[in-house]
Design a protein around this ligand. Structure first.
Ligand code: ACO
Length: 379
C-alpha cells in the first residue's frame, strides 16, 4: 500500500510585528481586552505579496526534504487571501520555484485550506496520481482587513508555511481525517469586497472590505465542530485521546483551543500554542505551528499528531498524522524575504489611509494604484 510521508517543512513569517498597543492607537480597544478574550499579544503584517511569503516557505520545505523544485509533481496552495483571482496562485508558485510541469491547484476553505490541501495531496499520492507534492498554507489577511472594525481587526495576522509529501510504503503521514462544513452558518463569517479586484503585480488589493462576523456564534460552532471531528477521526484510526502525543490545532482563539482540548480529553501540555505571537493566520496557522513544534523538538519519531481546525464556511476538520523517523531537516535554505524598512503600524496605517473618492477605506498598500483601477474598467 502507498502512503504519503511528510519529508520537508518550512515557514516564512514576515518580520513586522503589530502589538496590541499598536492596535489601540487607532481602535477603541486595549491589551487587556484582546489578551483576556483571545490570548493574542502580537501578529505579523507582511510587506510583500502572499506569493513571496509562500515562495520562501516552499524553498525552505524543499531544502528540508533534500529535494529540488523539479522533483515536485503537484502544488496545492491553501489560502483565502489571493494576490490574484485568475489565474490561480499555485501556478505563480510553480513558475517562481521552477517546478516545471507540476500540477498546480488552489484550495480555499478559509482557515482549513492547508488541511483540506493535505487531504487532497495525500489522496493523489496514495492513488498513484503523483509521487511528490508541495502543500502550502499562506495568508495575507492584512490586505483584506477592515481596519476600522475592532471586532475583527485585532484577531488576524499574516504568515506562511509549506510541507513536502512523498510516496512511501511505510504507514506514516496522514492516516485518517474527518472533513465537514456547517453550510447553514456560512453567513456568520463573510468577507465581501465592494470593487472585487486585486492586482498581484501592483502588490495591492482594491475594494471595501465588508466583514460579517458573529464572534460568539463562530466560537460555539468552532468548539463543536473541532471536538466532533476529532472524536470521529480518533475512532476511524482506532486510537484513544491518551494515544495522541501532540495536538496542532487551528489558532483562532486560545479559549477555543482550551475548550476543544478539554472536550477531547487531551491535556493542554500536549497542545502547541502560537496564537499569542501570531494571532489567527487562517490557512497558515496549522502548518506554521507544525513547523514550530518540529523546531522546538516537540515532534519525535513515530509521534501521533492530531490537527483540528475550522474556518469560514464554516468548514471543519481534524487530521491524524503519524510522523516518520526524521524530525530534522536534510538541508537548510538561505532564501530570505527582502528586508522590511517599515514598522507593522506604518504598514497598517498605509492600508488604512488608502481611500476611494467617497472617503471609504480601501485595502491596499499603495494609494497611487487606485488611479490604475480605471485602466481596468472598474467603476
Ligand atoms: N476591543 C474591545 N472591545 C471589543 C473588541 C475589541 N477589539 N471587540 C469587541 N468588543 C466588545 C464588543 O463590542 C462587546 O461590547 P458590548 O458588550 O458593549 O456590546 C464586548 O466586547 C463583547 O463582545 P463579544 O463579541 O461578545 O466578545 P466575546 O467574548 O465573544 O469575544 C471574540 C469575541 C474574541 C471574537 C470571540 O467571540 C471569538 O474568538 N470568536 C471566534 C472568532 C474566530 O474564531 N474567528 C476566526 C474565524 S476562522 C476563519 O476562517 C476566518
Amino acid at each position: 500500500m502507498t502512503y504519503a510521508a511528510i519529508t520537508g517543512w518550512g515557514k516564512c513569517m514576515p518580520p513586522a510585528v503589530l502589538t496590541n498597543a499598536d492596535l489601540a492607537t487607532f481602535l477603541d480597544t486595549d491589551d487587556e481586552w484582546i489578551t483576556s478574550r483571545t490570548g493574542m499579544k502580537e501578529r505579523r503584517i507582511s510587506h510583500v505579496p502572499a506569493i513571496e511569503m509562500s515562495y520562501v516557505a516552499a524553498r525552505r520545505a524543499l531544502a528540508c526534504a533534500g529535494r529540488a523544485a523539479g522533483d515536485i509533481d503537484l502544488i496545492v496552495y491553501g489560502s483565502c487571501s489571493y494576490d490574484e483571482m485568475v489565474p490561480n496562485t499555485a501556478s505563480a508558485l510553480q513558475y517562481k520555484l521552477g517546478c516545471d510541469g507540476a500540477a498546480a491547484m488552489d484550495v480555499n476553505t478559509a482557515c482549513t485550506s492547508f488541511l483540506y490541501g493535505l487531504s487532497t495531496a495525500t489522496a493523489m499520492i496514495r492513488t498513484g496520481v503523483v509521487k511528490r507534492a508541495l502543500v502550502v498554507g499562506v495568508e495575507l489577511i492584512s490586505r483584506y482587513m477592515d481596519w476600522d472594525n475592532r471586532g475583527v481587526a485585532v484577531l488576524f495576522g499574516d504568515g506562511s508555511a509549506a510541507v513536502v509529501l512523498e510516496a512511501t510504503d511505510e504507514p506514516i503521514g496522514l492516516l485518517g481525517e474527518t472533513l465537514g462544513c456547517y453550510g447553514d452558518a456560512r453567513g456568520i463569517l463573510r468577507v465581501r469586497r465592494g470593487y472585487g479586484a486585486t492586482y498581484a503585480n501592483a502588490n495591492v488589493t482594491f475594494g471595501d472590505m465588508l466583514w460579517d462576523f458573529d464572534g460568539p456564534q463562530i466560537f460555539k460552532r468552532a468548539v463543536q465542530g473541532m471536538t466532533d471531528a476529532s472524536a470521529k477521526t480518533l475512532q476511524k484510526v482506532g486510537l484513544r485521546p491518551e494515544d495522541i502525543d501532540l495536538v496542532v490545532p487551528h489558532q483562532a482563539n486560545a479559549r477555543i483551543i482550551e475548550s476543544v482540548a478539554k472536550y477531547a480529553g487531551i491535556p493542554m501540555e500536549k497542545v502547541i500554542l502560537t496564537v499569542q505571537k501570531y494571532g489567527n493566520m487562517s490557512a497558515a496557522t496549522v502548518p506554521v505551528a507544525l513547523v514550530e513544534a518540529l523546531e522546538a523538538g516537540r515532534v519525535a519519531p513515530g509521534s501521533n499528531l492530531l490537527m483540528p481546525a475550522f474556518g469560514a464556511g464554516l468548514t471543519l476538520c481534524s487530521h491524524f498524522v503519524k510522523w516518520g523517523a526524521r524530525t530534522t531537516p536534510v538541508e537548510a535554505s538561505d532564501v530570505e524575504l527582502p528586508p522590511c524598512d517599515k514598522t507593522a503600524l506604518e504598514l497598517v496605517n498605509e492600508i488604512r489611509a488608502t481611500k476611494d473618492p467617497r472617503g471609504r477605506s480601501l485595502a491596499g498598500i499603495e494609494a497611487a494604484y487606485y488611479v490604475d483601477r480605471k485602466a481596468y474598467g472598474v467603476q
